[in-house]
Structure formats: structure tokens, C-alpha cells
Design a protein around this ligand. Structure first.
Ligand SMILES: O=C(O)CCC(=O)C(=O)O
Length: 285
């Protein structure tokens, strides 16, 4: 047995104590600070940024062809899920076609700047807003964590447009700058403060968990498809319980990054252990 001497409490809480599985946090294709900085500046000032055409039209078509037959319901169970919205949960267990979006190098590089090593995927959903859907109630995603605002974000999210996002078909609505708010709430009729994120298919919206937003109303004749991934800091509970919803066989087929994001990783020094050991040991044959 490898024995470790912990000299002081700071060393104990800041360093992963696992011996066999060294952390792979931050090991993706690292981007230059000059590439990352403009995005971080937009996050600081507006709470979000958009990258147009980050994935190809062919990838959008493949995702669309794969996910559309997987929807089981045409309606959500409440006005937050949307009564005319289709949603796919436990996505990895149903298809791996969205994986390259979840661990996209730009996304991981930005998340590396925002959160502790081994931040987690909180949920991965495919959302299809159908014609006639009303605007989703505005909200901010990390409201699930009972920590007073204003504060730094505890999570962040991407929305990849698989169809073109237009003002008519339900483009996500943002309240720019609202990530800095305390307890204020957006006024429902304050249209000027609410900006629809119009972007072509293949584009990505990235936003902070503190930013007020919601799915837009679909006043068009066509549906609006997106893939959205939410991430949270490494010490927080994920929204979807991935240890229970995704089988080990499926996790083994995912990249090193996605395994880490799903929870096969630890928050230093040992949060997330299984039987006193690193959770990746569960993936050993
Ligand atoms: O579909 C969208 O544009 C946003 C959906 C959303 O924010 C949510 O479901 O929490």
C-alpha cells in the first residue's frame, strides 16, 4: 500500500489524495489566453457569449436524425418543461451523438477558468420547442443552490442550435447583465431588457448559471431543436443523478473528459469516493 503523509490541513484539502488515478482535469487541448480572454470578458460584462457555426451543418443533421425518433412525449409536465416542448433526459444512455458537444475543447477551456478542477456535468438535455409553445418562465439555472446573490456563478451552460434560432421559432431569451443582480427579478413585460438569441444552426450560446433567461415562444410553423449541457462546480450536487441513470458500460464508451464530468472524478481531497477509493476503479474490467 502506498502511504501518504499529510503535513498540513491546507495541503490536505487542496490536493487530490488518489494515487492510482491522477486527475485529468485541464488535460484537453489547451487554448491560448488570447483566444479565451474575449469570451471571458463577454461573460463578465453580459453573462453570455455566442460562437456562430462552431459545429457543422452535417453534425446538426446527424444529431437531428438521431434524436428526433427518441422523444417519447410531445408535452412536458408543467409550464417550465413546456406543454408544447419535447425533452430528452438520460441522453447518454439513449445516444452518444451529442458527446462531442459536451466536451468541446472551447467549452472545457472556458469552464476551466470558471470552476474548480473536476467540475461536473449537471445535465444534458435535447429540447425541441414545438409550434404554439409559450415563452418559458424566465429563470437562472443555479437558483437550485441556496446561496445568496450577487455572487459568482455556481454553474454554466451551453445551448447548441441544431435548427436556426429565430425570433419567431423560440430562440432562447436572455437578460444581458442580469448575472450581476442581487434579488431583483426581470419584469415580465420589459421586452427591451429581454434579447432573443438569434443564431444559425451549428452555433453555440454559452452563459453563466446566474444569468436570467428562458426558452422563447414558438410563433412559427416549425419546431426548434437544441442540445443543452449544464455544468456545476465540483462540490455541488448534479441535477441528473448520473451514477444511477447511466450504466457503467455506457460510461466506458465515453471520453476521459466525459467520464470525469459524469462524476468518475473527485473534488479534492476525496469527495466522491467509492468504498474509500477513486470512482474510476469502477470502470476497470
Ligand atoms: O430551450 C431553451 O432555449 C432554454 C431552455 C431552458 O432554459 C431550460 O429548460 O431551463
Amino acid at each position: 500500500m502506498h502511504k501518504v503523509i499529510v503535513e498540513d490541513i491546507n495541503q490536505y484539502t487542496q490536493k487530490e489524495l488518489a494515487n492510482k488515478y491522477k486527475s485529468t482535469a485541464g488535460s484537453q487541448q489547451v487554448m491560448d489566453a488570447v483566444e479565451i480572454t474575449p469570451y471571458i470578458e463577454q461573460l463578465e460584462s453580459n453573462g453570455y457569449f455566442i460562437v456562430e457555426n462552431i459545429i457543422s451543418k452535417e453534425q446538426c443533421q446527424l444529431i437531428k436524425d438521431t434524436v428526433m425518433p427518441l422523444f417519447e412525449y410531445d408535452s412536458g409536465r408543467n409550464n417550465f418543461e413546456g406543454f408544447k416542448t419535447q425533452r430528452l433526459y438520460a441522453t447518454f444512455e439513449k445516444t452518444l451523438v451529442c458527446n462531442d458537444l459536451v466536451d468541446h475543447p472551447l467549452v472545457l477551456n472556458i469552464l476551466d477558468q470558471l470552476f474548480n478542477p473536476n467540475y461536473l456535468l449537471s445535465q444534458l438535455q435535447v429540447i425541441n420547442i414545438l409550434p404554439g409553445e409559450a415563452q418559458q418562465p424566465l429563470h437562472y439555472d443555479d437558483a437550485i443552490y441556496d446561496v445568496p446573490r450577487p455572487r459568482k456563478p455556481l454553474g454554466a451552460a451551453t445551448i447548441f442550435a441544431i435548427d436556426d434560432f429565430t425570433e419567431e421559432n423560440g430562440a432562447t431569451v436572455m437578460v444581458p447583465g442580469s448575472h450581476k443582480w442581487g434579488n431583483e427579478q426581470p419584469k415580465p413585460q420589459d421586452d427591451a431588457a429581454q434579447v432573443p438569441v438569434v443564431m444559425p444552426a451549428g452555433s453555440m450560446l454559452f452563459f453563466l448559471g446566474t444569468l436570467w433567461h428562458g426558452g422563447g415562444a414558438n410563433r412559427s410553423a416549425n419546431s426548434r431543436l437544441c442540445v443543452t449541457a449544464q455544468y456545476c462546480d465540483s462540490w455541488l450536487r448534479q441535477q441528473e443523478n448520473y451514477s444511477l441513470s447511466i450504466s457503467k458500460e455506457t460510461v466506458k464508451q465515453c471520453s476521459e473528459h466525459i467520464q470525469r464530468l459524469l462524476g468518475y472524478s473527485i473534488h479534492a481531497p476525496f469527495v466522491g469516493f467509492v468504498n474509500g477509493k477513486h470512482p474510476k476503479r469502477l470502470l476497470e474490467d
